[in-house]
Design a protein around this ligand. Structure first.
Ligand code: RB5
Length: 148
């Protein structure tokens, strides 16, 4: 079974636990934290998960209240393509065209059934490649990035 990394702050803990159980029959779940309802800082969780995803070339899911902070933090990592998704179409396209390797969700935005449907679309869709290979490569090599 392949590994799927999960991470959340306190505001995403409940949904993370539900999704962890939902996905456990299909993946070996590696939960990078947080493990309690105590308030914590989402960039540190994003950092832990992105490090694992980069090292293993795997997939991860990050959950906070809105999903916004997690996606901002995760996308600072070179090689991480974090997609904040609010519906199944976004999740499917994030894999198909953008080769997203991290899915970001907002527990305060999504109901459980929709969150499960988004996760299903994300893990069941593969990158299409082709013309999208070049475009995805350009995310980390945009011309002006080299001069900063
Ligand atoms: C925590 O209150 C909240 O700010 C956090 O979970 C996240 O939504 C930030 O983007």
């Amino acid at each position: 079974m392949s590994v799927l990394f999960l991470g959340s702050d306190h505001a995403g803990l409940g949904l993370k636990q539900i999704l962890g159980q939902y996905l456990a029959a299909r993946f070996t779940i590696h939960d990078v934290g947080t493990h309690s309802e105590d308030s914590c800082d989402y960039p540190l969780i994003a950092d832990a998960l992105c490090t694992q995803v980069r090292q293993t070339a795997g997939l991860g899911i990050l959950i906070c209240g809105s999903g916004l902070g997690m996606s901002m933090a995760a996308n600072r990592h070179a090689g991480i393509r974090a997609a904040l998704c609010a519906n199944e179409y976004m999740a499917r396209m994030s894999r198909l065209h953008n080769n997203a390797n991290v899915l970001c969700l907002g527990e305060r935005i999504l109901g459980v059934d929709l969150a499960k449907a988004i996760v299903d679309a994300f893990v069941e869709t593969s990158f299409e490649g082709g013309r999208h290979e070049r475009r995805v490569g350009l995310i980390d090599t945009q011309p002006s990035l080299a001069t900063r």
